[in-house]
Design a protein around this ligand. Structure first.
Ligand code: ZN
Ligand code: ZN
Length: 343
């Protein structure tokens, strides 16, 4: 397989991963979803109705109902990365006398990540039932903008407590709803937000650790081979000094799977790092992804053609109690008793 073929496969894989991450961000009205809807409308003129129905049903099952597909994909990707790390990077690094503790770090992070994953996916996110509704409705005040008193969930047939939302994937109302995460196959709410935050940070740290060790290994290979000071004969038969592009191409052809994995984990580190920062910002300001998404509408209300009364609405986050207390709230969600004490 030549460099171009490998590079095209690699690019396709990266683009598919980015597309999957975008689709799975939990936003029904994401740019990608709108694009897919637009494309399907155009294709509906040429594709038979029967096939359209089957595709729609399959897409609905994949992206709008609870399924283990993304959990399986998650496990498969992790197994592929760790398989490659163990069979190639670990062995080469061990021969190059890398410190054992450094080489074992990704496994320790994996153990922590798996623990957080299990806790996050198995925990009750804050399901609102008839028995706990009366106490949950007293925990947060209605802000009158994003959450209005007296709004009833038509599916659960209960008044929606402030900060709650009905999840169409799980078909239930969730207390302090953040979003539905397909990667853990569970809603993220008041009671598992802490596990989700730890899960995200451990996953980003895992990707960053593997990326750093793999990059250190490849740099070591280049330094030991003294390739940087060498030269090569190009297609025109001229002698040229080795430059970065040549080095990347050489490494790609010598260690294709290692370089492929490095690109993937670097991409993951960047995407997860950015998502971790966003979630940390939400935690420190005591907002949920759902509230952040909804509040954007009110901030930009003067740009939109809304009803005249909507133009006057200014959103203010009434739930923030300072950075430290906000962070504490993620790890120790307030109960009715605590709220009574503070009021
Ligand atoms: Zn509901
Ligand atoms: Zn859900």
């Amino acid at each position: 397989m030549d460099f171009l073929t490998l590079f095209l496969i690699y690019l396709g894989f990266i683009l598919t991963t980015v597309a999957l991450l975008c689709v799975c961000s939990g936003r029904k009205e994401s740019f990608l979803t709108r694009s897919v809807n637009g494309a399907s409308q155009v294709l509906s003129f040429v594709i038979p109705t029967q096939l359209q129905r089957v595709t729609q049903r399959a897409l609905h099952r994949l992206f709008h109902t609870r399924s283990c597909l993304f959990v399986a994909l998650h496990v498969a990707l992790q197994a592929a990365v760790y398989g490659e790390y163990t069979w190639e990077v670990f062995v080469y690094c061990w021969e190059l006398q890398f410190h054992l503790l450094l080489l074992l770090l990704p496994y320790l992070l994996l153990a922590g990540n798996m623990g957080c994953f299990i806790l996050c996916s198995r925990a009750n996110p804050g399901i609102i039932t008839k028995s706990n509704h009366a106490s949950l409705v007293k925990i947060y005040a209605y802000d009158g903008v994003l959450f209005q008193k007296g709004v009833v969930c038509p599916t659960c047939n209960m008044e929606k407590p402030a900060r709650s939302k009905h999840c169409s994937f799980c078909s239930m109302c969730v207390h302090r709803f953040d979003h539905h995460c397909v990667w853990v196959n569970n809603c993220i709410g008041a009671f598992n937000a802490k596990y989700f935050l730890l899960y995200l940070f451990s996953l980003a740290a895992t990707a960053a650790a593997i990326a750093t060790i793999t990059a250190a290994f490849l740099i070591q290979v280049v330094l030991l081979s003294n390739m940087m000071h060498g030269s090569y004969i190009d297609e025109q038969g001229q002698e040229r000094a080795v430059e970065i592009l040549f080095l990347v191409q050489h490494l790609f052809l010598t260690f294709p799977r290692v370089v492929f994995m490095l690109g993937f984990v670097i991409l993951l580190t960047l995407v997860l790092g950015a998502y971790c920062c966003f979630n940390l910002y939400l935690a420190l300001t005591n907002r949920t992804s759902n509230e952040w998404y909804k509040s954007r509408r009110y901030r930009c209300s003067h740009h939109l053609t809304l009803q005249p009364h909507d133009r006057q609405v200014v959103y203010k986050n009434i739930y923030s109690k300072g950075v430290w207390m906000n962070l504490k709230e993620i790890f120790k969600p307030p109960t009715v008793l605590e709220r009574k004490k503070t009021t």
